[in-house]
Structure formats: C-alpha cells, structure tokens
Write a protein that binds this ligand. Structure first.
Ligand SMILES: C[S@@+](CC[C@H](N)C(=O)[O-])C[C@H]1O[C@@H](n2cnc3c(N)ncnc32)[C@H](O)[C@@H]1O
Length: 266
C-alpha cells in the first residue's frame, strides 16, 4: 500500500462531501464549542484560528456566528476544496505547518479538531504546536482540541470498520506499528457531479498520552487542559480510559466545566 497519500486531491474532495455534513465530526462539535462563549462574547468581533482546518467546516460555522476566522492546514488540496466556497463567505486560510504558525495575531478561540494532534509526525511537533498556541492565544482565550488517546488508538487497531451511507462507502483497516496507528481507508463517494469516485487514503496517527499533553501545556506556560467528553460539559476523570478526550485550555486553569462558559474575553 505504499504510495497512497493522505489528504490529497481525491481525499480532499471526499472530505468536503462527506465530512462536511451536519452529522460530521466538526459540525456536531461546533455549537458545543460556541457554547463555551455563551454570554461571554467580547464587545469587539471575536477572533478564531482553526489549526488543521481541513476543508473548513468549523471555520465556516464560526464565521457565520460572527467570528473573524483564519484557517491553516498543511494540505493544500484540503484548502482548495473548502466547503465555505458553497456558502460564499470565504475567510482567509494559509498552507502552513501547525508546529510553525506564520501568524503574529492573538486569537480568542483556537481549535485543533478531529485529532489534529495525532496527525503530527512526532512528539516534538506536537509540543511545538502547544508552544505556538501559547504564543498566539489571547489573554482570556480558549484552546479547544481533541485527541485519540493511546488506549483508544490501540483499541481501534483491532477493528475493521465499514461505513455505508447513501452516497459514500468506506472501509477502514487499521494496524498498530512502531507506536503508531496505520489507518488505511478504501471506498467510494458520489462527487458534486453525481458520479461515484473511488478513493484510497493512508493516515498515520501517533500515540499521545494525556500526561504527554499536560507536560507540553505546562512547559508552554498554559494552564492544564480541562478534559471533557464530547458534549464539552461532562468532566472526564480518567481521560486516558476514553478513546477520545476533548481538551479546553487557556493561559490559566479553566475553573469549572459546570460553568460551561469561558471567562469574559476582553
Ligand atoms: C481529520 S482532519 C481534521 C480537519 C478539521 N479540523 C475537521 O475537524 O474536520 C486532520 C487535518 O489535519 C491536517 N494536518 C495534519 N498535519 C498537519 C500539520 N502538521 N500542520 C497543519 N495541518 C495538518 C490535515 O491536512 C487534515 O486536514
């Protein structure tokens, strides 16, 4: 299976079609992230940076919600197939590495969703991403992200899964290799012209523990992430035991998930 790319042209076309649906990962999460700002919106236009924005469904959602958004992604094809082309209100995006952001601004909200951390090449790159977030996060800003825990990656490595939808089918085959999950996807989807298109992709996910993440946040001078379930309210007391853990962090510890809201952003 060598030579199969990830997030290349065909994969990006599929992502824009399939993952941008309302029941896709980013759009299910988006209103829950927005709720963190309920009643706490700054009087000026809030700013949002979406790291590993892919085809941009999250940036599109937040732009529609009144945020000034910026998206960055390493994969040029993903940015080329942005879903916001359909809604007609494009925001700025840049081809860039999450570990070396070409940005000087400060952002009220920074996101890295759908296991962007696990997509990085190694732990040094992940630690550098946290350093970059610390550099560009506004003083009362929030960083919202999710990771596949190591337990979650190891568990799914035993599974072969097929998803069959009305206009897409994908089989995921996984293999644990040298501390990484090798994820091979193979299937087909209906494109914008109504034609079925074959699709293959390999994604490599690195293993990251909760302790790794917390160490990088401490080293970067950020408060420890508050670990939550996917409702972004319920605290996870043993996040490593969950396949996916959602983190919300700021420059100081996040006080209490029950508040379900970030402190005022000035
Ligand atoms: C699973 S997709 C998530 C896309 C989007 N955040 C979402 O929620 O739908 C992972 C994204 O991370 C991007 N990515 C992987 N490594 C990256 C890196 N080093 N720098 C920037 N983006 C990266 C990929 O190109 C891909 O678009």
């Amino acid at each position: 299976m060598t030579g199969i790319g990830s997030y290349d042209e065909i994969a990006a076309r599929r992502y824009a079609r399939v993952e941008s649906r309302p029941d896709g990962f980013a759009l299910r999460l988006a209103p829950r992230i927005l709720r963190l700002f309920d009643g706490q919106r700054p009087t000026r236009t809030p700013t949002m940076l979406d790291i590993g924005c892919g085809t941009g469904q999250l940036t599109d959602f937040f732009r529609a919600a009144g945020f000034a958004t910026v998206g960055i992604d390493r994969a040029e094809a993903m940015l080329r197939h942005r879903v916001d082309d359909r809604s007609g209100h494009r925001g700025p995006v840049a081809v860039a590495d999450a570990s070396a952001l070409p940005l000087a601004g400060r952002f009220d909200l920074i996101t890295a969703t759908f296991n962007v951390f696990n997509h990085l090449p190694n732990h040094a790159a992940a630690a550098a991403l946290v350093d970059e977030v610390a550099r560009v996060l506004a003083p009362n800003g929030r960083f919202v992200f999710d990771i596949n825990t190591t337990a979650g990656l190891r568990y799914t490595a035993e599974l072969v899964e097929t998803h069959t939808g009305a206009d897409d089918v994908t089989t995921w085959t996984r293999r644990w290799s040298d501390g990484r999950l090798m994820l091979d996807a193979s299937g087909a989807f209906v494109d914008d012209d109504g034609n079925w298109v074959r699709y293959e992709e390999r994604i490599v996910k690195i293993a990251i523990t909760i302790a790794d993440i917390e160490g990088w946040f401490a080293a970067a001078g950020l408060g420890p992430p508050r670990w939550l379930s996917d409702d972004l309210i319920t605290a996870l007391h043993e996040p490593e035991q969950h396949g996916v853990a959602y983190g919300v962090a700021g420059s100081a510890p996040i006080p209490d998930a029950a508040e379900a809201a970030a402190p005022a952003v000035e």
